[in-house]
Design a protein around this ligand. Structure first.
Ligand SMILES: [Zn+2]
Length: 257
């Protein structure tokens, strides 16, 4: 009788086993900036380059490369030319349990004389610390491509206590690490020369997508059996912020600096 009981017990546990969670996959949410057909949805537009389209191209290429890594789930806040609010983008990332929200952008200025790559992360201490390695690695990879490194940056909102950028502000509310990656300037001659190496705006995005993929893989310690790449022990930069908010240097810039 005791033996029968043991067999039943074993059978019961075997039935339960498939329900036990396997090793949790890392979830990355890619956010192709902008999208839609209204003026405010377009982002920067400097023919033949349109930010709205390039963010989507980049995200699609990036997703394909990241999916070659083991135990990773890659999702996107938009997969077509839909108009999606900032709140919807972050709510979606939160709803799927994103380990990181990676927002993809291309820059421009009215003066057309600024070039390079920059990555924005939250001003909040804990979010800054948890997002820094991703931002740093991304900047390193973009610099290796030839982009001028403008830095890992923060931008304070008017209240002086939270982020200027909605994606970062809302993500902070969810305690979700996030970064806004401005890959280059679509309107500046140096960066346009780099982009023109691609035969089309889509191929121009390919180098950026690969750089992003390597940075994300390093930051989240991913490993790819398919690619034979292992970043599981990659020594990410550790940052400790000694104050609740990362303050901004407002020293007036020296001419020519
Ligand atoms: Zn943008």
């Amino acid at each position: 009788m005791r033996k029968l009981y043991s067999i039943f017990l074993l059978a019961f546990f075997l039935m339960l086993m498939p329900a036990l969670p396997s090793k949790a996959a890392t979830t990355i949410v890619l956010d192709p900036g902008h999208g839609g057909d209204f003026d405010e949805d377009l982002g920067a537009v400097y023919p033949p380059y349109s930010e709205r389209d390039m963010t989507l191209f980049t995200a699609q290429l990036l997703k394909a490369e990241l999916e070659m890594y083991d135990d990773v789930r890659v999702l996107m806040t938009r997969t077509d030319n839909s108009s999606v609010t900032l709140q919807q983008r972050v709510d979606y990332a939160h709803s799927v349990g994103a380990d990181f929200l990676y927002s993809i952008h291309y820059n421009a200025t009215g003066t057309h004389d600024i070039h390079g790559a920059e990555v924005y992360i939250s001003v909040q201490k804990d979010m800054y610390e948890r997002s820094f390695a991703m931002a740093w690695n991304t900047l390193q990879e973009l610099t290796a491509l030839g982009m001028h490194p403008k830095g890992v940056r923060v931008r304070m909102g008017r209240s002086g206590a939270s982020d200027y950028y909605g994606i970062l502000r809302i993500a902070s509310g969810y305690q979700m690490p996030a970064a806004i990656v401005e890959h280059c300037y679509l309107d500046e001659p140096t960066d346009r020369t780099f982009l023109a190496q691609g035969q089309s705006p889509v191929t121009a995005c390919a180098a950026f997508a690969h750089a992003d993929a390597v940075a994300i893989a390093k930051s989240l310690h991913l490993k790819s059996t398919a690619l034979g790449t292992d970043y599981s022990t990659y020594p990410n930069m550790q940052i400790v912020v000694p104050v609740p908010l990362v303050t901004i240097d407002i020293t007036p810039q020296m001419l020519g600096y």
